[in-house]
Design a protein around this ligand. Structure first.
Ligand code: NAP
Ligand code: ZN
Length: 348
């Protein structure tokens, strides 16, 4: 076992505090990554606060990890010491079910092993995430970071990036389509960048009119303030696809009114109850709603390569780890433009 340190919450009410723990030594197929940067996802806060009623404590959050490979097991093929590598929301899966065989490990029939708030496969040992100094991960669940990108701004791609890239690809977003991204936060700002790079006409749909200027800078062609019924009416029946990143239960019916015939809305934000949906809002226009969880490892690598090619990274605000509780408070108040990233050198 190797000594590790990081920040953990001990229960749903207490703040993050320094925490010492053990990690396994790298096995034959494992990669050890010394963590340089870790993004702060809204899911970290949801899970620390037990919003999804599945939290395991102590919890070291963090699943937007970028670092330098410090050791590799004897059978590791794709990584060597010194490589810059990424780790996202999963660190393992059964690797033999239909989903895993289709490179959709996030939908593993046995359940994927989450980077934190999970247990290691075949054991009751808790997994601990990226608010820490290093992580040991099976090679399949580690990705390569393109050399041309600013690595601190790459960290959020490991969750916010893949979670928005995957549903946009699933519905084959491209030129000639009108795409709305609902919620300009960590996920939403990546959704805008990706949809634009894929060639769509992109509308940022927001509750915060003051984010309009930023949305344009990020690539949005237009802004729609969802709390303005007249503006919503102007866009009625016009969208091919809506990417909904709102983190809490809400009324989706007004958004369904924005979709055109056969339009789809992909939900990535709300993991809990959603307000009742009026069936007629789906039936008249043959509209559909689907959910999407992160993305498989092959698609995560594809997303990073797409970012390398199009020079896409996240807009980040760097913080020291001692300020992480304050960053969580600001995220809760919708005061982040657009992703906090912890500089893990500040842990030393
Ligand atoms: P975030 O940075 O806090 O952004 C959420 C955005 O949603 C806010 O910036 C705000 O945008 C909008 N919003 C917030 N509260 C709202 C409300 N009550 N009504 C309408 N809009 C509201 O969060 P994030 O990190 O992007 O994460 C978003 C959600 O995705 C979280 O619930 C997270 O757990 C989830 N998530 C899911 C997956 C997955 O695999 N499906 C992966 C990662 C994260 P405006 O100010 O523009 O309105
Ligand atoms: Zn996340």
């Amino acid at each position: 076992m190797a000594h590790a340190h990081g920040y953990a919450v001990q229960d749903a009410k207490s703040p993050l505090v320094p925490f010492q723990f053990e990690r396994r030594e790298p096995g034959p197929h494992d990669v050890c990554v010394d963590i340089l940067y870790c993004g702060i996802c809204h899911s970290d806060l949801h899970q620390a606060r037990n919003d999804w009623s599945n939290s395991l404590y102590p919890m070291v959050p963090g699943h937007e990890i970028v670092g330098r490979v410090s050791a590799v097991g004897a059978h590791v093929k794709n990584f060597k010491v010194g490589d810059i590598a990424g780790v996202g929301c999963m660190v393992d899966s059964c690797r033999q079910c239909a989903a895993c065989n289709a490179d959709l490990e996030q939908y593993c029939a046995e359940g994927a092993t989450w980077t934190y708030n999970g247990t290691e496969r075949g054991s009751d040992k808790l997994t601990f995430g990226g608010y820490s100094d290093h992580v040991v991960v099976e090679e399949r669940f580690v990705v390569k970071v393109p050399g041309n990108l600013d690595i601190k701004a790459v960290a959020p791609l490991l969750c916010a990036g893949i979670t928005t890239y995957s549903p946009l690809r699933h519905v084959k977003v491209g030129a000639g389509q009108k795409v709305g991204v609902i919620g300009l936060g960590g996920l939403g700002h990546m959704g805008v960048k990706f949809a634009k790079a894929m060639g769509a006409h992109v509308v940022m749909i927001t509750t915060s009119p003051d984010k309009g200027k930023d949305a344009k800078r990020l690539g949005a062609d237009d802004i729609l303030v969802s709390r303005d019924p007249a503006a919503m009416a102007q866009h009625a029946g016009s969208f091919d696809f809506l990417l909904n990143t709102i983190p809490v239960g809400h009324d989706v019916n007004p958004y369904l009114g924005l979709l055109k015939l056969d339009g789809k809305m992909g939900m990535v934000g709300v993991l809990t109850a959603i307000d009742p949906i009026i069936g007629g809002n789906l039936i008249f226009g043959r509209k559909s709603i689907f959910g999407s969880g992160i993305g498989g490892m092959a698609e995560t690598q594809e997303m990073l390569d797409f970012c390398g090619k199009h020079n896409i990274v996240s807009d980040v605000e760097m913080i020291a780890i001692k300020d992480v509780n304050h960053a969580w408070e600001r995220m809760e108040k919708n005061d982040v433009r657009y992703r906090f990233v912890i500089d893990m050198a500040t842990l030393a």
